[in-house]
Design a protein around this ligand. Structure first.
Ligand SMILES: Cc1ncc(COP(=O)(O)O)c(C=O)c1O
Length: 499
């Protein structure tokens, strides 16, 4: 005994000694009323100071795991050891077969969980799979300042329960932020959620499924597809064109059936990176209004515009109408680790969403919300965006140039944001390309993940935000080389590339 004690860094040593002794007592290795080693002796055995053991014993006593007999020392208290409890319950350790007990929802969630199915990147792999922000850009000093500023103002309040609807100063800030995007916020309200993903899930939970069908762009955000399927919705994907969703395709779908909802990503769409043109936005909204279909607008990437003029969100085009539910998030623009998003919509709708939110998680972490609020209030967003946009624009242009120079694609899209989308000629298989590239230390996301109908086998998404310049050049050269080989066979590939 006492030879398996290991010190971890950071945690006070006396607490580590206390935890260690507590485990021995609870597990029955030190039985009730057995004398604990003298403090000097235990200090020697564990390689810590005697004062440390004295403090640890005092803590053990405080928690009821030990007691002192004057003049005799410390003793283990009578607690029900885990093993004794197991024996008393008769059957020993219960071993349930959990796989037989999962709901259909859980089984489908697991089946659709791409994170569990993606290829594992070995160390040193050049990975174009992520579209997360580059953490090297994060302005930690401003975040630290925002945190201490807010804690100084109302730290005690922030650590208590907050409101289901969200942290009021943040809601006020974001309402104003949305008004500055041109949204008519009269008769609208806002719910703060844990990112876009929870906001979308809450909206889908709240909407009655009458037709059980939903419209969206094809391809689209994979997490959204997953959520739509988990809510049992049948998805009708409308093809994307170079300037956004196909209006003809949309008209055809509307002529063919009814829909409970439409989900659109009009700016820097994931995965195509396309910004839907103003003209198409107007046409789309005209159709949605005519058919009275609620629109969920995903505005996740709107701020990452590198060139061209600002295009108003659908929520702004809806004017005083209440058919658009705008879901915003700073996950790409700022920090995805602060799980904060917002749902802006009709006041009556938000009132009900608030109850759904309360039933699920009470509220999004007030610490996260208030930190974000103070960061925004201190004027950091504008400063950070200038830096982030400049850096991502540079990477975007580098990635674009490398693709144009090295890869035999047939179409390339991406008007901004953190990724590009590439299509090869029909019949080309980007999963085979991925297998060839991963052997050479490069990975990307095969495009079929984003299609609602199993198509897109000839496409791929390249996320560049977290890839170093040198790796962008090297990685794309490898993708190009492997693509030429697959198209022409290895011998002719070299000749084709040297042309
Ligand atoms: C289309 C789209 N919407 C929203 C998000 C952000 O989701 P969240 O706010 O839950 O991090 C992403 C992230 O990749 C996305 O691609």
């Amino acid at each position: 005994m006492f030879n398996d004690f290991k010190l971890a860094e950071g945690r006070p040593v006396y607490l580590q000694v206390k935890d260690y002794m507590k485990r021995l007592i609870v597990q029955g290795a030190l039985q009730a009323d057995r004398r604990l080693p003298a403090t000097r002796e235990l200090a020697g055995l564990l390689g810590v100071s005697r004062n440390t053991v004295i403090s640890a014993y005092a803590e053990l006593e405080e928690d009821g795991f030990a007691y002192t007999v004057q003049g005799k020392g410390s003793f283990a208290a009578a607690v029900t050891p885990v093993r004794a409890a197991e024996e008393e319950s008769g059957s020993g350790c219960a071993k349930l077969d959990w796989s037989e007990r999962f709901s259909d929802y859980a089984l489908l969630a697991e089946e659709l969980d791409l994170m569990k199915r993606g290829i594992r990147a070995a160390k040193g792999t050049i990975s174009f799979t992520s579209i997360a922000p580059d953490e090297k850009l994060f302005d930690l000093d401003s975040v630290r300042r925002a945190f201490s500023d807010r804690m100084a103002v109302e730290g005690h309040v922030l650590l208590n329960y907050g409101y289901a609807k969200g942290y009021k100063p943040l809601i006020d800030y974001l309402m104003d932020y949305m008004a500055r995007k041109g949204v008519d916020t009269r008769d609208k309200d806002m719910l703060i959620t844990s990112g876009f993903t929870e906001g979308f899930d809450i909206v889908l939970s709240a909407i009655r499924k009458k037709s059980g069908r939903v419209l969206c762009e094809n391809p689209t955000h994979n997490t959204a597809i997953k959520n739509l399927k988990l809510h049992g919705l049948e998805i009708t994907g409308i093809p994307m064109e170079r300037d956004g969703i196909s209006i003809g395709g949309l008209e055809q779908a509307l002529a063919e059936g009814e829909y409970d909802l439409a989900y659109f990503v009009p700016s820097y769409h994931n995965p195509t990176g396309i910004v839907t043109s103003l003209q198409k936005r107007l046409e789309l909204m005209t159709l949605m209004n005519r058919f009275r279909i609620p629109v969920v607008e995903d505005g996740f990437n709107e701020e990452l515009r590198y060139s061209g003029s600002h295009v108003a969100p659908l929520a702004a085009m809806a004017g005083a109408g209440n058919g658009v539910i705008y879901i915003g998030s700073f996950s790409k623009v700022l920090f995805p680790g602060l799980r904060v998003g917002w749902v802006l919509g009709d006041r009556r709708l938000i009132g009900t969403l608030e109850s759904v939110k309360r039933a699920r998680s009470i509220h999004t972490s007030t610490l996260d919300q208030s930190l974000l609020y103070q960061y925004l209030h201190n004027g950091n967003l504008e400063k950070y965006l200038r830096k982030a946009r400049a850096e991502y624009k540079r990477k975007y242009e580098l990635t674009l140039a490398c693709c144009r120079e090295r890869v035999p694609y047939s179409a390339l899209s991406g008007d901004g944001g953190l990724h590009l989308f590439m299509a090869f000629e029909q019949g080309f298989d980007t999963r085979k390309l991925l297998a060839a590239c991963s052997q050479r230390g490069v990975i990307f996301t095969p495009g079929d993940n984003f299609y609602t109908d199993g198509a897109g086998g000839n496409t791929l998404r390249l996320g560049f935000s977290r890839v170093a310049d040198e790796d962008i050049r090297k990685g794309i050269a490898i993708i190009g080389e492997a693509a030429y080989e697959l198209m022409k066979g290895p011998d002719q590939a070299e000749a084709a590339q040297n042309k």
